[in-house]
Unconditional design. Structure first.
Length: 584
């Protein structure tokens, strides 16, 4: 084998985008498994929702590589990994990770203190619901330093950078990407270390006054950070600003000049690089598969001009610019054939609007037609999927399977072209050699609707775009139940209900929506109530503690009611079996 071929390296980037991205990535992983590509992946770079699913996939690969010799590992093994993830991930997320973050009264009480936040809580849930059960003989919670893979029959001090060349099933490196609020740089978690990576290529540009050098390994860090958990690393990578508090890393750095402790505060990796491209390039990848289910900035005919709307819009524009520049840099410098890129708006129509001429006339719009039908997805479905919420709440079968099948179908042509032409695929089997699952993927159940959608199916996808009030929108009798509940309250308080119904029925609908929204969202608002008291300069710690505790307890009651009563109803109504088949 030539030295050039030995140096070729395949990297996989899984973008951010909440659970929407996670489910889309599962479909791409399924297509890669069938095309026998997964065994060649040497670096997995993940962000936010990509980190949630990427970490789970990596753990299953670790289990496989440490239990079977390289010569005995088959492509079917990778298919089975994705089949397991397809089933287990949906089952875990149906329990509603976001709401469960606020549903434990003890955890809510701990959130009043500086050393515990919502990010710590969700990190624990990630570990308990997704990661801990995959491996045996590991600590609880599972620690980052336990993720290093020692393949069966491999070298004693195996390292992917040194010993992967002659392996058929490559040992991948996992990079979980977050962003440091302290310096504005990226922050990576790996099986060997964590911190800001070296930046030799940008030293000429990056002239910030401090750099937080990372240790060679976890054993070289302060003891309190040597056992950093996988769940917390994923939580840091998926720490959406404003929704979750930054993930704090304490005691790791001290400013000797300023004589001040440095408390690293980490947020979503998408702030810095939402496709994970930088880490792939830094790890010397030469070929890239990028699965991008992140949100793209929408267009507005009349954007707001007030201070807040402009600031929010500018922030979105900057994020969109970072995404575009990263992807253009990748394709321009690595070659089109060496990059397979899939994103949720692929194949949608574009309208080019002409300007009004000097005579006040305007040419008709030039339409670049939709092409997503070519990979078996109706344009209305593709549009809805691209607008689906980027949240961490419960996703139904209809929502999850639609995203998985979309990623699976969309990626087929790109991955087949990539496999045939990319430099790193010189040893791969031809595209005609596929490893099909013994039974069809479960997400194939949604196939009749994704290409020939019914009105009811499209309505579910439309509701799935909302963050709050989804259950109220798709379960008719729930509106009635809430209206009756409000009626009882009105009667108990001596109101003339009949007059109220005659005069303001629309307001009852509004109150019902607000009530459900409150059940879905009041806990995080209540959890911040102590900050309001700080603004009011109430100095009594006793009063603040009592108010915080009461607010969090009340919030927990609302959350538990939602998790045990409303959430199961929403999940149940979204079963594929409830859909009426489309007309042929």
């Amino acid at each position: 084998m030539s030295e050039h071929k030995k140096n070729e390296r395949l990297g996989l980037g899984l973008s951010g985008g909440g659970l929407r991205a996670s489910f889309f990535h599962i479909g791409v992983l399924a297509q890669m498994a069938e095309l026998n590509l997964l065994r060649y992946v040497e670096v997995i770079s993940t962000v936010s929702g990509g980190s949630i699913i990427g970490a789970l996939y990596y753990l299953h690969v670790k289990k496989l590589l440490e239990s079977k010799a390289d010569a005995d590992i088959t492509d079917q093994d990778y298919v089975e990994i994705v089949r397991t993830i397809e089933k287990d991930f949906l089952a875990a997320t149906e329990k509603n990770i976001r709401m469960a973050t606020f549903g434990n009264a003890v955890a809510n009480f701990k959130m009043m203190f500086l050393n515990y936040s919502r990010s710590d809580r969700i990190g624990r849930l990630y570990n308990e619901w997704l990661y801990q059960h995959v491996l045996t003989g590991v600590s609880a919670p599972l620690e980052m330093r336990e993720l290093k893979i020692f393949p069966l029959g491999g070298e004693e001090n195996f390292h992917p950078n040194k010993h992967n060349t002659d392996r058929s099933a490559k040992v991948p490196i996992l990079e979980l990407n977050a962003t440091s609020l302290n310096t504005g740089r990226s922050w990576q978690f790996t099986a060997e270390t964590m911190g800001e990576p070296p930046t030799p290529d940008t030293d000429v540009i990056d002239k910030k006054s401090i750099r937080l050098r990372r240790a060679d390994g976890y054993k070289d860090m302060v003891s309190t950070q040597q056992n950093f958990s996988l769940g917390n690393a994923v939580a840091a990578s998926a720490c959406v600003p404003g929704l979750f508090d930054p993930m704090a890393v304490s005691s790791l750095y001290f400013d000797l000049e300023q004589k001040e402790a440095i408390r690293a505060q980490l947020v979503d990796g998408g702030v810095h690089d939402n496709q994970g491209i930088e880490a792939l390039i830094r790890n010397n990848c030469t070929c890239f598969v990028i699965s991008d289910a992140s949100g793209q900035i929408g267009t507005e005919n009349s954007p707001g001009t007030g201070a807040v709307p402009v600031l929010l819009r500018v922030s979105s524009i900057l994020q969109d610019r970072v995404r575009t520049e990263g992807l253009l840099h990748l394709k321009d410098n690595r070659g089109t054939h060496n990059v397979a890129f899939m994103n949720l708006r692929e194949g949608l129509a574009i309208r080019e609007i002409s300007c009004i001429d000097q005579d006040g006339k305007q040419a008709p719009d030039h339409i670049i037609p939709a092409t997503c039908q070519n990979f078996g997805v109706d344009p209305k479905v593709q549009e809805s999927l691209s607008k689906m919420r980027t949240d961490l709440d419960a996703f139904t079968e209809v929502e999850a399977y639609s995203l998985m099948l979309d990623g699976y179908r969309m990626s087929q042509n790109d991955l087949e072209h990539f496999k045939e032409h990319a430099h790193c695929m010189h040893l791969a089997q031809p595209n005609s050699e596929r490893t099909l699952p013994a039974t069809p993927w479960k997400f194939q159940d949604i196939a009749p609707w994704i290409s020939n959608p019914t009105d009811a199916y499209l309505r579910q996808l439309e509701i799935a775009q909302s963050t709050f009030g989804k259950a109220l929108m798709c379960i008719p009798w729930l509106k009635v139940a809430l209206a009756l509940f409000i009626a009882v309250l009105a009667y108990l308080f001596g109101l003339d209900l009949w007059e109220l119904l005659k005069k303001c029925i629309s307001y009852l609908e509004l109150v019902a929506v607000i009530l459900l929204w409150a059940i879905d969202a009041i806990a995080p608002k209540l959890a911040r109530i102590f900050r309001i008291f700080e603004l009011w300069r109430i100095n009594s710690s006793l009063v603040k503690s009592v108010v915080r505790s009461l607010a969090l307890i009340v919030g927990s009651v609302f959350i538990q009611f939602y998790l045990y009563c409303i959430n199961p109803l929403y999940v149940k109504q979204g079963r594929v079996g409830n859909l009426v088949p489309p007309k042929s």
